[in-house]
Design a binder for this molecule. Structure first.
Ligand code: KMH
Ligand code: ZN
Length: 272
């Protein structure tokens, strides 16, 4: 059992889930900030951030991100904010990279194309390279989002080309319908493919969320949970917010003897 500090990321909003799915999904800057504060208080040190228009539709508008980030920073100045560059399926690279104009400290980068439910989440190599270059110019630390096994290989190719810097930090997003499923053997295979100096977190989608969180805690990795990935606390019971899922993970970590990272430790581990 590893005892290195555990970083919990809270994916509080996403682009797909709506208040109709779970009324606790935050849309406005104030709702996002309140949710971020609750998640931080329960142990999350990173907020994976998407933002919404007033009607709840997904946007990657720099201005909407700026308002949300300011509101979050006002309530929780120390939390690490990781902006999404995935946005929603079908958005262009220009749209998706809107928040990078704010030179955030942390962002995502999905390194491959996959099915995403009935849609296709498109990330051709030129698209990935364009997003990575904009992140590098902004001085933003990249988290590599892996929805399927070849995404690791693409990330390693980008390292060789000097487009993304090492050490890599991966997020294994497992259980998206149409991409890699969320069983522990899949996670173990992915771990066998990443460089020794890489760090990693896991985001299990739907029913895979907590079993993968438990595996990551045991294996010395980090954990992402939140309404973006899973709206339920247990079968048929809606989570009251992402904070309740964070609380669950913090309790699992305590039982396993993994301390939670401080915000300084999280920045150090992530190389931010
Ligand atoms: N909304 C998904 C299509 C990311 O944030 O970087 C992509 C996504 C990945 O959520
Ligand atoms: Zn996301």
């Amino acid at each position: 059992m590893s005892n290195n500090p555990l970083i919990i990321t809270a994916a509080i909003c996403g682009a797909e889930v709506t208040k109709a799915d779970n009324p606790a999904v935050p849309y406005s800057a104030q709702e996002l900030a309140l949710e971020a504060q609750r998640c931080y208080e329960h142990g999350a040190r990173v907020i994976h951030l998407h933002v919404r228009n007033e009607d709840g539709s997904a946007t990657q508008s720099k201005d909407v991100f700026a308002k949300a980030i300011a509101a979050i920073k006002e309530k929780v100045p120390d939390v690490i904010i990781q902006v999404s560059t995935g946005g929603a399926v079908g958005m262009t690279v220009d749209e998706r990279t809107g928040p990078l104009d704010l030179a955030p400290e942390f962002c995502t980068l999905t390194t491959g194309t996959c099915n995403f439910g009935n849609d296709v989440f498109e990330n051709s190599m030129p698209m990935i390279e364009a997003i990575a270059k904009k992140a590098n110019t902004a001085g933003t630390r990249i988290e590599v989002e892996v929805f399927d096994a070849g995404f690791v290989d693409n990330a390693l190719t980008l390292v060789k080309k000097g487009i993304i810097p090492e050490p890599l930090h991966f997020d294994f997003v497992l259980g998206v319908p149409g991409a890699m499923t969320g069983t522990v053997d899949r996670l173990e295979f992915l771990l066998s493919t990443i460089p020794q100096n890489a760090t990693w977190t896991v985001a299990g989608v739907g029913r895979f969320e907590m079993p993968l969180a438990k595996a990551a805690i045991e294996k010395g990795g980090h954990v992402r949970v939140g309404l973006e990935d899973n709206i339920y606390l247990s079968k048929g019971v809606l989570a009251q917010g992402s904070w309740e899922l964070v609380k669950n993970v913090a309790e699992m970590a305590a039982q396993a003897g993994r301390p939670l990272a401080t915000h300084q430790q999280a920045r150090q581990i992530l190389g931010i």
